[in-house]
Design a protein around this ligand. Structure first.
Ligand code: PBG
Length: 348
């Protein structure tokens, strides 16, 4: 007999939410350690670990200490790393020459990691000039009647040299984050021409000019400076809006996706992640290539700060945030949480 106040409902979605085992049975999205790419800031030298104030838990590391974290990651099942080079300010110049120095921190780290781990690790490198130029822009500057601009085509040659040098040092994938037009095709040509047909390109396809990169620029010393350029009284812009995308534009993302795919990208990226899940979802519908989302420094720092303030539980909030990125369509997530989340059992 039906009890008082009971309604005859055919559909009761709550049935499948009743126990943890039932919920697990019907869960549609899973986070695994191998879904993650761990980002690292690498400096030259030995035995160096410099904590980064705005990124709690993250340090700049010399290659020898980097190996320890890479090994820790491997043991946890995190099999991919993205390397960002950090060099002293005194070594920077307007053209970012050190970006393609084969003795710089990134090639040193690549060779050491390849020696230590063979092909067990997937090694990716950031290809961009901003950490190596004294003005902090991702490309080269030129004075024009409209002021100092970030000059697209000459920047491609510098990026091409950097990518080939990374390939020579052992990178599996080079990852251009500069947002110059045509750089994926240019890098593909430069790599092929140098015999690196098998080095892949993970393109920062849809990279918005975002306030969430703040802590990264602190970590990499790559704040774009509006100050005077050497040999010129003119000032370059103090932001990256002439090359990174306007976050009001989802249709423009479709154009960037089409271009990077046509130019030969092997994987596509959306960046940042959480505020751009609509873009990621759209990309999933438009492309069959593997998709990567970058859960960027400001997103990480915001969670850390909220957790430190006792405003939310870090484990649950991190699990929820990273799951949302995967659910929206990411195959891979680049996140400063990669090792911590895998180690502390915050994944599924
Ligand atoms: C370099 C680069 C940036 C990031 C990745 N590559 C900074 C920027 O574009 O200013 C941001 C990553 C992060 O915030 O974690 N061009």
């Amino acid at each position: 007999m039906i009890q008082d106040k009971t309604v005859a409902l055919t559909h009761r979605p709550r049935r499948l939410r009743a126990t943890p085992a039932l919920r697990e049975l019907v869960a549609e999205t899973h986070l695994r350690p191998q879904d993650f790419v761990a980002p690292y800031f690498v400096v030259s030298g030995t035995n160096i670990t410099e904590p980064i104030g705005s990124l709690p838990g993250v340090s700049r590391l010399s290659p020898d200490l980097l190996l320890r974290d890479l090994e820790r990651g491997l043991k946890l099942g995190v099999r991919a790393a993205m390397l960002f080079g950090v060099v002293p300010n005194e070594t920077k110049d307007p053209s970012g020459k050190r970006a393609s120095d084969p003795h710089g921190p990134v090639p040193q780290a690549l060779r050491a990691a390849r020696r230590a781990f063979g092909n067990d690790l997937v090694l990716m490198t950031d290809v961009c000039l901003c950490g190596y130029t004294d003005h902090g822009h991702c490309g080269l500057l030129r004075s024009t009647p409209r002021g100092v601009i970030i000059d697209n085509d000459p920047s491609l040659a510098a990026l091409g040299e950097m990518a080939v040098m990374h390939a020579e040092a052992g990178a599996d994938l080079v990852s251009p984050s500069d947002m110059m037009d045509g750089r994926v095709g240019y890098l593909r040509g430069a790599l092929d021409h140098s015999g690196f047909q098998d080095t892949g390109i993970l393109a920062y396809t849809v990279k918005y000019a975002s306030a969430f990169y703040g802590p990264f620029r602190d970590a990499a010393g790559s704040v774009p400076k509006g100050g005077a350029v050497a040999d010129s009284a003119a000032r370059p812009p103090s932001d990256r809006k002439t090359y990174q995308m306007d976050f009001r534009n989802p249709r423009e993302a479709r154009l960037e996706i089409a271009l990077d795919a046509a130019e030969g990208a092997d994987l596509l990226m959306v960046k940042p992640a959480l505020a751009y899940l609509d873009i990621l979802y759209q990309m999933r519908q438009l492309s069959s290539l593997p998709l990567v989302a970058y859960h960027v420094s400001g997103e990480y720092a915001a969670l850390k700060a909220a957790a430190a303030a006792g405003a939310l539980g870090e484990a649950a909030a991190t699990h929820e945030s990273l799951t949302a990125i995967k659910r929206a369509g990411a195959d891979l997530i680049i996140s400063y949480y990669a090792l911590e989340a895998a180690e502390k059992g915050w994944l599924d």
